[in-house]
Design a protein around this ligand. Structure first.
Ligand code: GLP
Length: 261
């Protein structure tokens, strides 16, 4: 894992959007895994503003969203369909046929999950998956105790998640989510987190033991996962000085290799 600690949320969202933009420029048909939540808002704002100012082309990009609540109308403002439309899809030139979000009202839950997995496979797999993290360490809606190998399926949300996402213990209680196995199949992962409220989950994910009690700890096993944090989200990391040191001197590795030749 690469741990990148930046001074503020603004810089974290800039760094994540910069990496997405580079990936789209390098591969216009990028298969991009997307997340929702407050943390992602700055990233979508940056991507939209780059689209408006620099004319980045999203027309061939294929997207898969991590998760969606069950039971809402897709137009409900709480749904991730609404979130994605309002914050990103309606503001760029993405082809709606290339965007995939799990249904809010599936006729058959297992079929819907199987189809989603098949679509990911048909697209060639996710090149770059963006993740946030829940305060108890969930990724997508893989709540603590989720199987670390699970595929897309239904999950019951914890009371903490309901409180964090709706302010109250009401709203949808179930969600469809990419499984941890699905997420781990992505070629690259960028997890972003901001604020003190995420510090404990980040410390457990990065420096704790691998455990389904903190689903994000599975990222320790991913071959290309980057964890991009502001100072507050990084505040409980024991080795934060080392991570900062690595980031600061990252580019010198190439010089060292060159010097030895
Ligand atoms: C939600 C989503 C996650 C998201 C996380 C953090 O429940 N399912 O994908 O990363 O919680 O959300 P926020 O950024 O609002 O803290």
């Amino acid at each position: 894992m690469e741990i990148i600690i930046l001074p503020s949320y603004k810089q974290v969202s800039h760094e994540v959007s910069r990496r997405i933009i580079l990936s789209v420029r390098k591969n216009p048909g990028l298969v991009l895994g997307l997340a929702t939540g407050k943390t992602m808002l700055g990233v979508y704002q940056n991507l939209v503003s780059t689209y408006q100012k620099e004319n980045i082309d999203f027309s061939q990009v294929i997207t898969f969203n991590l998760d969606e609540y069950i039971g809402l109308s897709p137009n409900d403002p709480l749904s991730f369909h609404s979130y994605m439309k309002e914050n990103f899809f309606s503001k760029i030139n993405i082809n709606p046929e290339n965007t995939h979000i799990l249904p809010t009202q599936p006729n058959d839950i297992e079929d819907a999950c199987r189809e989603f997995e098949n679509l990911i496979k048909k697209s060639g797999g996710i090149d770059l998956q963006i993740l946030g993290i829940g305060r108890e360490g969930h990724i997508g809606f893989n709540e603590p105790s989720s199987s670390l190998q699970a595929r897309t399926r239904v999950k019951t949300l914890t009371k903490t998640t309901l409180r964090d996402n709706f302010g109250l213990e009401k709203g949808p209680r179930f969600a469809l989510t990419m499984g941890i196995g699905t997420i781990m199949d992505s070629n690259q992962i960028l997890l972003m987190a901001s604020g003190k409220v995420k510090a404990q989950a980040i410390a457990r994910a990065v420096e704790g033991p691998l455990s389904s009690s903190c689903p994000a700890s599975i990222l320790q096993f991913h071959r290309d996962a980057k964890i991009i944090l502001d100072r507050q989200a990084a505040s409980l990391l024991k080795r934060k000085d080392y991570y900062k040191w690595v980031w600061k001197h990252k580019n010198e590795v190439n010089d060292v290799i060159k010097d030895k030749k």
